[in-house]
Ligand binder design. Structure first.
Ligand SMILES: [Zn+2]
Length: 65
């Protein structure tokens, strides 16, 4: 099952969701604020999941907004 990356339009947080192929975003809810106003984004990071090494996912380097 592929990983998709989403961004919440409400709180601007990004998160990944494990979804079956062809599944829409209508079933996706933001884990941070429970908003369903999310959009799918495509990131190369999604395919890097599972590699060993650092754990800077969700680190404090975000400068959104
Ligand atoms: Zn949110």
């Amino acid at each position: 099952m592929p990983l998709y990356e989403y961004q919440c339009n409400n709180c601007k947080e990004r998160f990944t969701v494990l979804q079956p192929v062809g599944e829409g975003s209508e079933n996706v809810t933001c884990p941070y604020c429970d908003s369903k106003d999310v959009k799918k984004i495509f990131s190369p990071f999604a395919s890097l999941f599972g590699s060993s090494g650092g754990s800077n996912w969700g680190g404090g380097c975000t400068s959104f907004g």
